[in-house]
Write a protein that binds this ligand. Sequence first.
Ligand code: FAD
Length: 396
Amino acid sequence: NGSVVIAGAGMAGVQTAVALREQGWTGPVTLLGAEPHQPYDRPPLSKAVLLGKAEDSAFDVDFEGLGITLRLGVEVTGLRPADRELDTEAGPVPYGVLVLATGAEPLTLPGAEGVPGVHLLRTLDDAARLRPVIARAPATVVVGAGWIGAEFATAAREAGCAVTVVEAADRVLAGALPAEVAAAMGRWYGEIGADLLTSARVASVEAGRVLLADGRELPAGAVVVGIGARPATRWLAGSGVELGPDGSVTADAHLRTSVPGVYAVGDCASFPSARYGARLLVHHWDNALQGPRVVAANILAGEPVETYDPVPYFWSEQFGRFVQYAGHHADADTLLWRGDPAGQAWSVCWLRAGAMVAILAVGRPRDLAQGRRLIEAGSTVDPARVADPETPLKAA
Ligand code: FAD
């Protein structure tokens, strides 16, 4: 059976199908997606789509012209590798090669599921439900000061909502950035008139209000929960595909899973990075663009010819700022500021053993582009020059 079947029709699934055709795969390609909508891009959901500035964000891909069979509204419920078959609501689907691209699903707030006025923000349907809500400008409580919380708070303020953000950690982006960087970014909430409550725990959510563990009560015409996402891999239980403790499919360096003929890519999969000496689970758009090219190349060759070891990259638009990040700073030994964190534009660079390993750029896209090249090349840099925002970033 020379057919490729892709489970999940989001960015990673669509890009895998497109990359297969671009690279010359002539066999059948089938894309199975649980959602009924034409495949779409998620980043605009917390930005233009939410504010009604864009109607939708469907990918501009001619599936028919590319000979890609698109089966929408079909949820995959199981995998039987011995039979080389997927189970779906619409019956079994045989495959020759299978690509897992089911993405991630948002974590829900215990006790808040099903309470009227409580929303998540992951799908087009979520954004379509939220759009008329924020247009009415209710008092809005955002749970979680991560990337989604920051972007949603920005959009809700723009729509005129009074916004209170409740964060359990003592700072914003606690899982992503060190305290001194997070402190600078936490100040942006106040600038747009959003209240940020850190070290604040939600005790319960009721229709119309949120109660905090310290007894405070927040009026809430709408509640948006943005507390993270986990790989959408529950359907793989018992299939023999190995999953990590974080729920990700533990792909190898060629994005192959533990089951022969089965690959995994995008938000659902982690991979070993030789570059960073760690297994990475990346929940960002660029990973769902780059990974599929490697998967397609390996499928075409019929053997592992390409390795996936990217410098991760993502961006966020929040509080009127363009924030970009490249690299991975977990084992950095030096943090250098480039510019004034109280200003509109600055960067932070992370070094390890004299080489740049990561950069966060706020309103400084040139720093990002230059820094990304240094990180990719593993170049050593002169810390004094790096710390001078007037000097371009270049190798020592
Ligand atoms: P997904 O986009 O989650 O797609 C997976 C698809 O598989 C979904 O359509 C799902 O319905 C389907 N599926 C799941 N389970 C099954 C099943 N059992 N059977 C069939 N189909 C199934 N990243 C950035 O870098 N910058 C940004 O500014 C940014 N903004 C974002 C804003 C929002 C609101 C969100 C939600 C994400 C944002 N991201 C951003 C992250 C980026 O969108 C994701 O990393 C990317 O969508 C991952 O693509 P994916 O295909 O792996 O997963």
